[in-house]
Design a protein around this ligand. Structure first.
Ligand code: BGC
Ligand code: BGC
Length: 596
């Protein structure tokens, strides 16, 4: 493992300059002292306390000034949910991250930073990347066909990694391998299923797809996030050791698959925040499961801990087993983190052995990613990969396979292709942003054409190719006689916090109004639901001839037309139990789904 940063650095400069004129020029002048080492242990033994703590620090890109990385020997930089370069395209991501990386080469030991972000359904922070179905949709594939599920998860991971590498990012904060057990929780759609077995094999497969293709995964959020009281985000879960063991298999499988990083949950177990839960982070995760990667704290999570002061909170987190801190909330927060941690070590409140262990874990992950090789990551640039046709075809097939046919009265789905006049109604009918949900370009997601893709309406129109008249109306008020209505209802985009509900997840008022309008046509109505979880539709389904759960399919809405009008059958099954009302009668049990 001989480091030759000179060669690496010139490759970086060469690639960057041919690719983008935006790269900061100053970096070319770097002189690197020759420091050689063979193992991560050796490198750590060469590091000062400041350098080790620097590795343990992750700053938000907006909070990093020129010179900071060099001065503080920072280990990592991230983009938060709404944090993007001036122009959100591959060129700008590459240039921005190269600038940070170049500065890390100027440090005494020349250890490259690792850049992290939430690529949670594709390289989903970047406009026009392929957006895969959110995990709940992949879970629907798996609930119908285990092998196809495993293959889809692997492919999603692989393509996500390819598109990430094309933007110079080698670490994603995904996948969620929690088991959502209360659909009122707004992060339910980030989970594959309520079924532990599905979460286990899907998580493992997605992680392999990412990591076999050069990107570090981050299993999150450890543990019990889907078990909080009333499904409250960041809430408290009451779990004894049997309860923990029940939801531990996805983590055990991920650790065995060499998942490189892990993020604790904001939530608490039996009243103790996971970020300061030494028993679960160190005894169970690192000792029992033998996790060798590093633990990254969640966004500003350390400041939620007990202790009353930032300093004590830092001690609690690091002593519990957190290795790198996502120190957000402004530039002064990560600087304070560094100062406080140094003082804590000097005072003996955090043992140096803990610091050595954390630094070693971080260096080891960077080494496993090939960051110290002469010609390898993190400086590879692959052109033309973002949102390629090839990648979209794979995503489109996943969309088809994630559709769950819940109702097919009078064989309406098979009759659809014979109709000559079809109305496609609803706010979700022609709405990429609603198909994609949260964590799409922006943190909470947005309605409308937020990224490239095919809407449900566009997909159907192109599948029918003039063989039938297709009319679109958002509110369902259109002129004409229709043979059938395809009504798209669902939830608007949301992410953590915003998505929590306190009771039934009801049909939205605008969708209700639209449905009332389309019932007037007195023709068959097929409802497609875009949602991050089963919605509580009460008895409304009695008015529907067909009903399809489409989850949050992402950018390739054409996959829906393929099951409605093409040769593909419905093979997805619901990965969550579907109730009429909150805590009410079960309408569709876990694993339910029809074929054409
Ligand atoms: C979320 C994490 C995410 C992080 C960085 C947090 O609020 O809980 O899932 O990785 O932000 O965006
Ligand atoms: C950030 C997210 C983060 C959230 C937590 C947002 O401003 O963009 O990444 O998860 O804050 O509150």
């Amino acid at each position: 493992m001989k480091t030759n940063k000179f060669l690496c650095f010139f490759i970086l400069i060469y690639i960057s300059l041919t690719f983008s004129a935006c790269l900061s020029k100053g970096a070319e002048k770097t002189e690197k002292p020759a420091v050689t080492w063979n193992t991560p242990e050796e490198l750590v033994s060469l590091m000062t306390l400041e350098e080790k703590i620097g590795q343990m620090t992750q700053a938000e890109q907006n909070d990093v000034l020129k010179g900071d990385i060099k001065k503080y020997a920072l280990g990592s930089v991230l983009s938060g949910g709404d944090s993007i370069p001036p122009k959100n395209n591959a060129e700008n991501w590459v240039a921005m991250i190269n600038r940070f990386t170049a500065e890390s080469f100027e440090t005494r030991l020349g250890i490259p930073i690792i850049y992290g972000l939430d690529a949670v359904h594709g390289q989903s922070k970047v406009t026009d990347a392929v957006m895969f179905p959110h995990n709940i949709g992949l879970g629907a594939i798996a609930a119908g066909n285990r092998e196809r599920g495993i293959q889809a998860a692997y492919t999603a991971g692989k393509i996500t990694a390819e598109e990430m590498r094309a933007t110079n990012v080698f670490w994603t904060f995904s996948p969620v391998i929690g088991v959502a057990e209360d659909v009122r929780w707004g992060r339910t759609y980030e989970c594959f299923s309520e079924n532990v077995e599905i979460v286990t094999f899907m998580g493992e497969s997605l992680i392999k797809g990412l990591q076999d293709n050069g990107v570090a995964a981050c299993m999150k959020h450890y543990i019990g996030e889907g078990q909080t009281i009333n499904g409250k985000n960041q809430g408290n879960a009451l779990l004894d050791r049997d309860g923990i063991n029940r939801i531990l298999p996805p983590y055990r499988a991920a650790v065995n698959a060499n998942a490189l990083t892990l993020m604790p949950s904001y939530s608490s177990v039996n009243g103790l925040k996971m970020h300061e839960h030494k028993e679960l982070l160190t005894d169970v995760l690192k000792n029992e499961l033998n996790f060798k990667g590093f633990v990254i704290s969640d966004w500003d999570a350390v400041r939620q801990l007990s202790g009353g002061s930032y300093k004590v909170q830092i001690a609690n987190a690091i002593n519990a087993g957190v290795d790198m801190v996502m120190a957000t909330g402004g530039r002064n927060q990560w600087i304070l983190f560094i100062q406080n941690l140094k003082a804590l070590v000097e005072e003996g409140a955090v043992p140096i052995s803990r610091i050595d262990d954390a630094a070693l874990r971080i260096i080891r992950v960077k080494q496993q990613l090939g960051f110290f090789k002469e010609t390898d990551a993190p400086f590879v640039k692959i052109n033309g990969i973002i949102g390629s046709d090839e990648n979209r075809i794979e995503a489109r097939a996943m969309v088809s396979d994630s559709m769950v046919l819940l109702r097919n009265e009078n064989n309406i789905i098979n009759r659809l292709p014979s109709f000559k006049n079809i109305l496609i109604a609803g706010q979700g009918a022609d709405n990429i942003g609603m198909q994609c949900g949260g964590w799409t370009v922006t943190w909470q997601g947005r309605h409308g054409p937020t990224t490239k893709g095919t809407t449900i309406f566009e997909g159907i129109k192109s599948a029918l190719n003039g063989k039938a008249d297709v009319t679109h109306s958002a509110n369902g008020n259109a002129r004409g006689n229709f043979d059938a209505v395809i009504a798209v209802i669902g939830e608007g985009p949301y992410a953590e916090g915003e998505g929590d509900r306190s009771g039934s997840i009801d049909i939205r008022a605008n969708d209700r109004m639209m449905l009332r309008n389309v019932y007037n046509y007195k023709c068959p109505v097929i409802v497609i639901m875009l949602s991050g979880r089963p919605m509580n539709i009460g008895d409304e389904y009695n008015n529907w001839d067909g009903f399809i759960a489409a989850w949050l399919p992402g950018s390739e809405g054409g996959g829906i037309a393929d099951v409605l009008f093409g040769v593909r059958d419905f093979t997805g099954r619901t990965p969550f139990t579907w109730r009429k009302n909150f805590n009410g009668e079960i309408l569709y049990p876990f694993g339910f789904g029809l074929t054409k």
